[in-house]
Design a protein. Structure first.
Length: 751
């Protein structure tokens, strides 16, 4: 191994990611990259090369040498990525950033960083069927799968770049203006967090639903236009389009909200956690959200399935240009948009937008010429760029406390980065957090007043877990309600945690009524034990369950035969006899065998489930079986069926149950016992039955008028019924024919 490479191979998240990426390279590409990165000689196996490459990123001297060998545009692009704290970026964004450096062929620069082992492609292991052969091979795959056109860089490379001084483009000195008198204006940066907390509360009850195109349904669009969300933003004087949808997009990007299927839901435990203060929130949010496609201040809401737009890199460049200024320098928003229009590849070649006096002067000279110029600029989107820049710098970024506003001597607005914004770019220490911790006034009627000067992003999102926001303003009002407290308990915020938050930030001691209400709601909630996953074991008898507990099986007894075991690894299956398993996500299968009488039922325990016995006991009685405890027989009786009828069971329910559990229709005997009382009363009377030899003779007797008058009814094909008082007449009629009458006694009929 080269002396430039560390002897040990680190094991962490980034090393594992790098190792998996390099395994997706062919041997030829791996050797090309490792030769540029390691400068080592000799033949080594692919596994050894991967280990050496991973170790190289923990060697500061080697990294400094490789960064020094890069071209000027490549180092400039890395400086951009470092400044924006980006570990991963879209290829299109990187090319747009390179255009601001006056680079004609951006792909050549990206390819240089790719082969130098500085940039690595984001590969989807589930979809990759072959290993990557070259940078051009990866470019070709990104044309068909745009979601994979992303590159990532090791954080240690960014750490080394922060130690280097790399010149980057800046605004011309002529763009700087002198501020007027007065104090600069800045927001407290809490409005976005307050609205996100409110949105997360709404989503706990009703998630936002999305169409197949990634847009919201009309009902959810109306919810996001609630005045509580869109109005009352502190100090924001510009109209930011569909600002509440931007908050949803940002919260989803940092995993405070999750996108599952066709719904946007709240995340009880976000991966990135809740920021303690504005500085941590700034570092957490902005590196993650600078490339979202769903929303931007220029176009407003675009949908979660929207393609990439140039405005992601525009936001990066505009903040970068402000970061290049001295701490006390101010510029108008138009100067930033003019610079981007001249240097960004999406607008390169367009003239700067004329100011209002220039347009008026042009109107006085030639209205037609000015109209033509305005239409041309609007077609290229320059006017939109300038208008959106005002929305971004003076509205959206201002609301997050990234920028400050002032007025020059002529009364025009000018902008600069705030101390928090400069901290985002590593130009200043984090602002001092507020020392006004006791900021909540809690009243006995469960209402709370939270004063903004003591609120922090972490406290806002913590309160959103168990208290309902009612009004947002200089003094925000909240209410403690049972449903919201239950949601908080469900998300993992315990009663002790709620009490700690309220006691720490309350202006005075908590009222007894508040403490008692929270304890009562928590006790009601804690009566239920919720398991994310559990195993339910059924025993043949209570004695078997007791024997299992005596052998040391750990679990919670639910009934005399059921035991709940939280974890599968706690089960020693050697002590149990397993008769079958059941997947409750699929429809039930027939597991009951019906006897010949239509009333007796035997349960097949290799196919049954835990719900069957509870269902059977609603309309059948259990019968003891002597030939084994693993079998259970049930019988439908008149008493059990009538009891089921009184308890609300319907004939339709029994029909559906028999089709699902027995695999056939409800038996006639069971139907008789269930609905016999609904039938008309039976008649019991004595009748004489005439039995003839075939069906033809019976038809003749039914049709012959003399015999038809004496026949009461026909029982079957060859059976007729007459009254006893017609017996003599019937004998005379039959004797007149060449037939004989054979009379059977009751005993002969029975035999």
């Amino acid at each position: 191994m080269s002396s430039m490479v560390a002897k040990t191979v680190p094991q962490d998240v980034w090393s594992d990611r790098l190792r998996q990426t390099l395994k997706g390279y062919t041997d030829t590409l791996l050797r090309r990259v490792s030769d540029r990165l390691l400068r080592s000689r000799g033949k080594r196996t692919p596994g050894e090369l991967i280990d050496q490459c991973v170790a190289a990123f923990y060697n500061p001297v080697l990294l400094d040498r490789r960064l020094k060998e890069l071209s000027e545009p490549a180092r400039g692009l890395l400086a951009y990525v470092t400044r924006f704290r980006r570990h991963e970026a879209r290829l299109s964004t990187l090319l747009e950033l390179l255009s601001s450096l006056k680079v004609v062929d951006g792909l050549e620069v990206v390819g240089e960083l790719f082969l130098a082992g500085i940039f690595f492609p984001v590969l989807d292991a589930r979809k990759e069927t072959s290993r990557l052969r070259s940078f051009e091979d990866w470019l070709g795959s990104t044309l068909s799968r745009r979601s994979l056109s992303r590159l990532w860089v090791h954080p240690h490379v960014l750490d080394r770049m922060r130690q280097r001084s790399q010149p980057l483009p800046a605004l011309p000195a002529s763009a700087l203006v002198e501020p007027g008198s007065g104090v600069p204006r800045a927001s407290d940066g809490l409005d976005p967090y307050l609205r996100i907390g409110l949105i997360r509360q709404w989503l706990q009850d009703n998630p936002l639903r999305l169409t197949q195109a990634g847009d919201f349904f009309k009902r959810d669009l109306d919810r996001l236009q609630d005045p509580l969300l869109v109005r009352g933003w502190e100090g924001v004087e510009v109209d930011v389009p569909e600002i509440s949808m931007g908050l949803v997009a940002y919260a989803q990007a940092v995993h405070w909200l999750k996108w599952e299927g066709t719904e946007i839901q709240d995340t009880a435990e976000p991966e990135l956690g809740h920021p303690a203060d504005l500085a941590e929130g700034c570092r957490t949010i902005w590196p993650e959200v600078l490339e979202i496609n769903a929303w931007n201040p220029w176009e407003g809401w675009r949908g979660f399935n929207a393609e990439a737009s140039p405005y992601a890199s525009v936001m990066m460049l505009s903040l970068h240009l402000l970061a290049q200024l001295a701490e006390e320098s101010w510029v108008p928003s138009q100067a930033v948009s003019d610079w981007i229009a001249q240097h960004h590849c999406y607008w390169t070649g367009l003239a700067p937008v004329p100011s209002e006096p220039e347009l008026q002067e042009g109107l006085s000279e030639s209205t037609a010429a000015v109209d033509e110029l305005s239409h041309a600029m609007a077609a290229h989107g320059t006017l939109t760029l300038q208008e959106g820049m005002v929305r971004f710098l003076e509205g959206w970024a201002y609301s997050w406390q990234l920028t400050q506003l002032h007025k020059d001597a002529e009364g025009n607005k000018v902008v600069r980065l705030s101390p928090l914004g400069r901290h985002l770019f590593g130009l200043a220490p984090p602002p001092s957090p507020s020392e006004f911790h006791r900021t909540i006034l809690i009243q006995p009627n469960l209402e709370m007043i939270a004063y903004r000067q003591g609120l922090t992003p972490g406290l806002i999102l913590e309160l959103s877990r168990f208290a309902t926001w009612k009004q947002l303003g200089p003094a925000c009002t909240l209410l403690l309600e049972p449903d919201r407290v239950y949601h908080g308990l469900q998300s993992g915020c315990s009663f002790e945690r709620m009490m700690h938050v309220l006691q720490k930030h309350a202006v005075k001691e908590l009222p007894d009524s508040v403490v008692q209400a929270l304890r009562t709601w928590a006790n009601k909630r804690e009566r239920l034990a919720v398991y994310r996953a559990a195993y339910l074991m059924e025993f043949s008898s209570p004695e078997d369950l007791e024997a299992a507990l005596a052998r040391g099986v750990e679990g919670e007894r639910l009934t005399d035969r059921f035991l709940l075991i939280p974890r599968e690894e706690d089960i020693d299956f050697r002590h149990f006899r397993l008769v079958g398993t059941r997947d409750y996500s699929v429809p039930s299968v027939p597991c009951v065998e019906l006897g010949a009488d239509g009333l007796q039922m035997r349960v097949d325990y290799t196919k049954t489930d835990l719900l069957l016995e509870a269902e059977l006991e609603r309309f059948a009685e259990r019968r003891p079986v002597a030939n084994g405890i693993m079998e259970r027989h049930y019988e439908m009786t008149l008493c059990s069926m009538q009891q089921a009828r009184q308890n609300g069971l319907s004939l339709r329910y029994l029909e559906e149950w028999f089709h699902a559990r027995v695999g056939q229709s409800l038996s006639p005997a069971a139907r008789l016992l269930f609905s016999g009382c609904d039938q008309p009363s039976m008649k019991l009377e004595r009748m004489l039955v005439i039995q003839v030899s075939d069906e033809t003779l019976a038809d003749g007797l039914m049709q012959w008028p003399k015999s038809r008058a004496m026949i009461r009814s026909r029982l079957g094909p060859t059976s007729l019924v007459i009254d006893e008082n017609h017996l003599d007449c019937w004998r005379e009629l039959i004797e007149s024919l060449p037939w004989k009458i054979e009379t059977l006694t009751s005993s002969e009929s029975a035999s």
